[in-house]
Design a protein around this ligand. Structure first.
Ligand code: MSP
Length: 678
């Protein structure tokens, strides 16, 4: 590891604020987070930037429609983006907003440098402009539609400042030649080279038709064109004009979708060259996640949202799927079917099942203490699993070598071959599975004379789990941290250095912890239905919900056990009370719901029928303890879905203490099922 940590700066695009993140945006940010975690585990001092692109005509329109000033509109949207990244566990180290004062200063400074160096002039421009993509479309005729989004173009003429992009044809081509890794993957590189070889037109970088933008100092009403503004955010996030003080510029890696590669590999380096500033080291363009072969977009109504998936399967499942199912760089189709299949096969059955097999055997055969490695020590040194693990680690972090010892490829993580990296780790998982099947520790356990051998086998398996926690951590950080803790290991697995991962690191004697399954298996169809139903609720939120009829005691159906209910202040007439139909119900079955820690799914006999009701009591009542219990049920509530599960009624409970612990009602005398409460 370097003495003073080497710096690594990477970015996602800064996202438009006229919508909220879908799976496409989540994909780029997840990839950035995986690289960030990986680089930290290789000893780098990493900064990851994401943020919001808040200027332009779309924002003007959206704010007008919402009836609020632009500044208020974008502040709300930026908060929502930031909050979602936080919720998903992929927060930025630097969250940059293009309305930040530091950013405004940086854009004006960059313009000044370009102008002083003779690369800016004033002119007129008439062209066909797509207001949705914020771009003039070269070669389009009036009346054409945008080739990217298909929506009508507008003819725009205005006085602009122009950037002399045409002067950069040769410098750019030279730059690409000298830095063959600048544009990745190679197919994109070739595309861009032919585009630049075809000649570059000067670029308009200001507007007078837009009000909501960064002013060009002394040249009002000119405001900066969206790409001159947006791209500069990468630099403002790490110090702007004072970038040298922080030491993160030039960026090591800009991650972008293929839709915006040209802006990043032609305009952006040209702006920086014109200002005589350092140019980023690499731009990596990934493909799109498609829905039914079309790019996801709000206007097409085919967006997939991250939150419902995370609620149902967990964030690690989403991360794993995004990186495992599609080769990074290519397009891929998104389908819930493929997602849930991967979840059950690779996570629940693969890693989850291996972990629970090994931990259960250590629990049962060694009182929960990891057995010590073979007394002679030879077993560990020559372990087959150990050498496989070392090989996997090498492929992930170093790459392949030819016979002369020269590297032929970079490590899978370093070259962003995530699918290949995961394939290697999962092959190792099945190797450990096969090892157990072969050694049959459950048979060894029956023969006291084979105790040493049994210890060896379970030690090896536990050591494999420890290695997997380290190697897979960048992609599935939550599950690997839990697994790390289950193995009795202290601290944060993300603080481990991959270079220092060597077979035999478990000492033996660690006290393992039995905690719930890492990835509980889900019913395929039910999982899809629940994800879809949650997505539907998020995309079409119900109009203002009616106030709950019952406030004290608290009802635990529709809203999971609310905090202690405030005293009822407003008086209601008896006719209001009689609208609420409450009956005695008897609980027939009760079970936990995967993806909803607080809810139990109950079936309740209410005399006339058996109802399915969800209750927010899972943290306080064991499901088995509820069977046969009689409770008060509100039976005439409109059915609704909670975490995607249908709930038809509400169980009544008192809300006790400051945390609002739900206590179910009871009856001191025998009451008939179905009897009405009045
Ligand atoms: N604001 C500009 C970028 C400025 S960067 C200086 C922009 N924003 S965006 O909100 O449209 O986000 C674009 C990025 O989101 C894409 O480059 C890509 O990284 C990601 N994706 C959006 N939809 C996507 C898919 N359907 N699939 C994969 N990623 C996509 O463009």
């Amino acid at each position: 590891m370097p003495e003073k940590k080497e710096k690594f700066y990477l970015t996602t695009p800064i996202y438009y604020t006229n919508g909220l993140p879908h799976i496409g945006h989540t994909y780029t940010t997840v990839v950035a987070d995986v690289i960030r975690r990986y680089k930290r585990m290789r000893g780098y001092d990493v900064v990851m930037t994401t943020g919001t692109d808040e200027h332009g005509v779309n924002v003007e329109r959206a704010a007008k429609k919402a009836g609020v000033p632009e500044s208020e509109y974008v502040a709300k949207m930026a908060d929502a983006w930031r909050a979602l990244w936080d919720e998903l566990g992929i927060p930025a180290d630097e969250f940059v907003r293009t309305t930040d004062i530091n950013h405004v200063r940086t854009v004006q400074w960059l313009f000044k440098l370009c102008r002083e160096n003779g690369y800016v002039y004033k002119g007129h421009y008439t062209g066909q402009y797509c207001i949705y993509d914020n771009a003039f479309v070269n070669d389009a005729k009036p009346g054409d539609n945008c080739p990217d989004c298909g929506r009508p173009l507008e003819t725009v003429t205005e006085e602009n400042y122009f950037f002399k992009l045409s002067s950069f044809q040769k410098p750019l081509l030279d730059f690409y030649k000298k830095n063959p890794d600048f544009i990745q993957p190679d197919t994109r590189r070739n595309e861009i080279i032919s585009f630049v070889e075809g000649g570059l037109k000067d670029l308009s970088i200001t507007r007078t038709t837009i009000r909501w933008g960064i002013p060009v100092p002394g040249e009002e009403p000119h405001v900066f064109y969206v790409w001159f503004d947006a791209l500069t955010a990468y630099l403002s996030a790490v110090g702007g004009p004072e970038y040298e003080k922080r030491g993160y510029w030039p960026a090591d890696l800009h991650l972008v979708g293929k839709d915006i590669i040209r802006f990043h590999t032609v305009y952006w380096p040209a702006f920086l060259m014109a200002a005589m500033l350092p140019v980023p080291k690499q731009v990596w363009a990934h493909g799109w996640f498609l829905m039914d072969a079309a790019k996801m977009s709000k206007s097409k109504g085919n967006v997939v949202l991250p939150r419902p998936i995370v609620n149902m399967l967990g964030m690690d499942a989403l991360r794993y799927f995004l990186l495992r199912d599609v080769v990074f760089g290519q397009d891929g189709n998104f389908s819930y079917d493929a997602l849930v299949t991967r979840y059950n096969s690779d996570l629940a059955n693969g890693l989850g099942n291996l972990a629970s097999r090994v931990l259960t055997m250590i629990q049962n055969f060694f009182d929960g203490k990891v057995p010590s490695p073979s007394k002679a020590g030879a077993g560990v040194a020559y372990s087959t699993l150990g050498s496989s693990m070392t090989a996997v680690k090498g492929l992930l972090t170093e790459g392949a070598w030819d016979e002369a010892g020269k590297p032929t490829t970079k490590g899978y993580y370093d070259s962003l071959k995530f699918a290949a990296a995961l394939q290697e780790i999962w092959q190792f998982i099945s190797m450990v599975d096969n090892y157990l099947t072969q050694e049959k520790p459950w048979e060894l356990a029956k023969d006291p004379s084979k105790r040493d051998h049994l210890a060896e086998v379970l030690y090896e398996a536990a050591e494999a789990l420890r290695s997997i926690s380290v190697l897979a951590h960048p992609v599935i950080p939550n599950a690997t941290q839990i697994l790390w803790g289950k193995l009795g290991l202290p601290g944060d697995v993300g603080k481990q250095q991959m270079d220092e991962l060597n077979w035999g690191g478990l000492r033996g004697g660690e006290q393992i912890k039995a905690t719930p399954a890492l990835f509980p298996r889900v019913d395929h169809q039910e999982a899809i239905e629940r994800i879809e139903s949650m997505a539907n609720e998020e995309l079409n939120p119900p109009k203002a919900a009616p106030a709950p009829a019952v406030s004290a005691p608290v009802a635990t159906g529709a809203s999971a056990a609310a905090a202690a209910a405030p005293a009822v202040s407003e008086k209601i007439g008896i006719e209001d009370f009689t609208k609420v139909e409450m009956r005695v119900g008897q609980i027939k079955t009760a079970e936990r719901i995967v993806g909803a820690d607080k809810l139990l799914k109950l079936t309740v006999d209410i005399g006339t029928e058996i109802r399915q009701i969800c209750a927010g009591i899972a943290q306080y009542y064991e499901p088995e303890s509820l069977i046969g219990r009689k409770v008060a049920v509100v039976v005439n509530l409109a059915p609704r879905k909670l975490r995607g599960v249908e709930s038809n009624g509400m169980i009544v409970a008192a809300s006790v203490g400051p945390e609002g612990r739900p206590v179910l009602t009871g009856f001191h005398e025998e009451v008939e099922v179905g009897a009405r409460l009045k």
